[in-house]
Design a protein around this ligand. Sequence first.
Ligand SMILES: Cc1cc2nc3c(=O)[nH]c(=O)nc-3n(C[C@H](O)[C@H](O)[C@H](O)COP(=O)(O)OP(=O)(O)OC[C@H]3O[C@@H](n4cnc5c(N)ncnc54)[C@H](O)[C@@H]3O)c2cc1C
Length: 714
Amino acid sequence: MNKAPRLLLIALLIALITAYFAFGLGRFLSLDYFKSQQAAIETWRAAQPMTAALIFFVAYVAVTGLSLPGAAVMTLVGGAVFGLLWGLLLVSFASSVGATLAFLASRFLLRDWVQQHFGERLRAINSGVDREGGFYLFTLRLVPVFPFFVINLLMGLTPLKTRTFYWVSQLGMLAGTLVYVNAGTQLAKIQSLSGILSPGLLGSFVLLGIFPLIAKKTVEALAAKKVYAAWQKPAHFQRNLIVIGGGSAGLVTAYIAAAVKAKVTLIEKHKLGGDCLNTGCVPSKALIRSARLLSHMQRSPEFGIREATASFDFAEVMERVQRVIKRVEPHDSIERYTSLGVEVIEGSARLVSPWEVDVVRHSGENERLTARSIVIATGARPFVPPIPGIDDVGYLTSDNVWELRELPKRLVVLGGGPIGSELTQAFARFGARVTQVEMLPRLLMREDPEVSGCVMQRFRAEGIDVRVEHTAKKFLVEKGEKILIAEHQGREVRIPFDAVLVAVGRAANLKGYGLEELGISANRTIETNEFLQTKYPNIYAAGDVAGPFQFTHTAAHQAWYAAVNGLFDPFKKFRVDYSVIPWATFIEPEVARVGLNELEANERKIAFEVTRYDIDDLDRAIADSEAHGFVKVLTVPGKDKILGVTIVGEHAGDLIAEYVLAMRHGIGLNRILGTIHIYPTMAEANKYVAGNWKKAHAPQKLLAWVSRFHRWRL
Ligand SMILES: Cc1cc2nc3c(=O)[nH]c(=O)nc-3n(C[C@H](O)[C@H](O)[C@H](O)COP(=O)(O)OP(=O)(O)OC[C@H]3O[C@@H](n4cnc5c(N)ncnc54)[C@H](O)[C@@H]3O)c2cc1C
């Protein structure tokens, strides 16, 4: 950004403020000086009322705009010279204009810098100001114990809109201005500024100041009452909590409720364990494991083994996937949850009122259940875009791909996100000719470009046909052959295939179980507040259906809040903490991240330093013939505070855990460096990156002295 206007403004402000003090202009803004000149000033005002008003207005704006002392005296003078009505009008507008100028100057000169350096820490304040900045400002303005100029300057650093600042300031200061202007009309009796506000008057202002917040809370309580107005609340509740959906979010919610001895019912219409166990994390990781073994065998010469061959039947691989699911299943079984104290119902649930759920059991019985709180944890399903011809060619998704027993010869995978990439690499390693089609310019678009670069390079080296910037336009069947027509840089590209797997994202399950009838707002996911409450404060949502993340561990994280808030509100409730969210994509090279990457830090204008360690130099990685990838840590410039970490390489998903812990508990790289890491492990990469950071921040001046000290001791 061009710095010249800023420097100019700084120079101007310094010049004006210096002039004020150098010429002792402050003496004109004292009560004694005014009293000595009062008669002359009033005569002049009577002769030239407009000029006097204009000069007073401009002087007032200048004093407040430059944040100079004297505004209180000028307000009294306004009352003394112009009377109550005109004094009030002049001061009210001049003080609001002056305050807004100071607010704008602070914003122009300092806001970017402050937000860049402290943006992360100010996030909560920023979002608070975004939501209810007007209320905060009104309170601060009404209670005249908060210095006028401090409020102007501080508010300039926040995202508060200028318009809001102006009118809230004018309104909020009106009462205080009136008191001072009125006092000014009695100026002869006033000896000092301190007597104007009696403790009683101050107390009234404090009450007035907190009134808007009390009013807001009351309005919220009334609004909450209003949403229930159309419903008949049951006289008694059979349960404390009903949980709809037995996936990761629902299971953990029910578990926590049972652990704190609540009466909880969990309803699942399909299979307990939901997406993660049955069609998501578990089968995909089982499939990836078999594919990885094959890939290692193909790389046998790298390990000194001349030849290693594998003969396999894809159907047996897929049977193993099912065996893995069966092996994990008991963790999420009805028996286990029943023994933990959860009532589990196999059936389909439907919300019929804010406290009632109708269940159609698999056995065919119908029943109506009541609970004080309800948690919706109905998950998401693969999103299938309406591409012409897609139904005619038939398609696979992460829901049904597990039923395959024959490996498709030519597979098109639509989607370059984590799920598409994991399945692309796995299928390619079994020998399918995979074309991965992504309309954006790279795979894993949420990650930094260099991460996508590593992944795309590896995929291509493994024989995968990666087509980025290809938009699927339609599907055809020509002479019995299935063809995808995609658009690439304005050209039509034809990709023949035997099977297509659609992995372009997941859509929250929002229909068919009463959300519409209850008017629960949903856009792409159910709308919730920071406590996970829907429009009905006793109905919560968690997991994929609530977003914004779609991971098993975030579903479980939200589940804790949904359960605890659902059971203990209104006595106590907690805001969901999304400050440290990690995730991994289980491809080779594995990609893991926590916190910010460079892309996001730049987008959010957060200043950062990057420290890297390239894993190609790590002893264990070399011994394992996996010497590739990197650890990249973003820190606050000049400070040992981690903003985010990206790891690419073997076991990245495990290695990131150290940083998740560090970030969660405010531990910096110095402490990681001071921690013993077992030799030789991949985890040493974490220590080495911390070492690189330390080297870059070594105190050079001190080291020069230490060097002198050593020379002296020779
Ligand atoms: C291929 C794939 C791989 C994945 N890999 C990972 C990974 O490695 N790591 C990771 O963290 N995440 C991964 N995920 C994402 C993860 O599976 C989901 O984020 C997680 O399962 C979400 O849990 P949930 O409880 O919100 O929803 P779900 O698990 O979908 O559970 C919702 C449940 O609600 C039930 N339900 C819906 N409506 C009703 C109703 N009306 N009545 C009763 N029951 C109802 C459904 O039957 C379902 O069982 C993967 C997903 C896929 C598809």
